[in-house]
Design a protein around this ligand. Sequence first.
Ligand SMILES: Nc1ncnc2c1ncn2[C@@H]1O[C@H](COP(=O)(O)OP(=O)(O)OP(=O)(O)O)[C@@H](O)[C@H]1O
Ligand SMILES: [Mg+2]
Length: 274
Amino acid sequence: MNKNEFLKAINHRGSSVFANEKVFGMNYVPDIFNYRDEQVNKLAAYCRCIGNNIAPRNLLLTGENATGKTTTLKYFLRLLLDEFSNVEVIYVNCQMDNTPNAIYREIYREVCNSDGAVIGNTNTTLLEKITENLKQTNKILIVCMDDFNRFKSKEGLNDMLYNFLRIHEVEPNVQISIFTISYEEDLNSDSAVRSVFNRSTIFFEQYTQDEMYGILKNRCEYGFRPDVISDDLIMEVAKRAYKRRDIRHGITMLRDAGLRADIEGSSIITKDFL
Ligand SMILES: Nc1ncnc2c1ncn2[C@@H]1O[C@H](COP(=O)(O)OP(=O)(O)OP(=O)(O)O)[C@@H](O)[C@H]1O
Ligand SMILES: [Mg+2]
């Protein structure tokens, strides 16, 4: 292969099967979001009080892997922010932001609209700046911590939770709520934290095989060109995903099958590509 042929191959943008490959990406938040109405309704019910400028209860979203906890929360937050202007939301994933300082920095950047350097600021300074800003704007702050059980230091975590959850005792007009995605037994909190961090639980049960089929069919409609994959084959993928109790596995299988079909130049996905 000469350089021109290589450049043609590597820059080839058209796909024989994909209409939008991003639809199969792991961070994709679908526009149509079925089977989680119960959980979205509960989130809405807990957040109704924001309309009266009252912070919602602290929440725990829990359930097995790939039951839609992260997607549901992100989907809900998008709707919430469209509706209310008196709320500030921070979403962090504790696999990445797993120290108090990382969380304080994220909140500071968002709340204080700051792109400036925050390194070197102590947690106390950052909390002071955040509090001052919340006081001025009179906004409720919701801190969402995904994969909460991945947080590194339990001691640092207790201090931070204590600061957030008891902030109203020193600053009566500042309100902070904490939404976590985690397991039930995720925290060895000290009693001072426990007494203010009594979270309400929203449970995410595993999807049925039919629900998995529905989710995967929807992805195919948005992600593939028309008539690329048959309903029977989508059902086969749903069966395999259900066996593993993992819808993520099904989505990945569809994307990989699409990539294989693409490489072969095929405009349909057959069982051979699974
Ligand atoms: N109801 C749904 N409709 C469409 N897609 C969904 C639905 N539920 C989950 N998904 C998709 O399944 C994948 C896994 O969902 P998500 O990441 O939200 O699960 P999770 O419960 O947070 O998993 P984990 O516990 O492993 O973090 C994502 O790609 C998501 O888009
Ligand atoms: Mg998740």
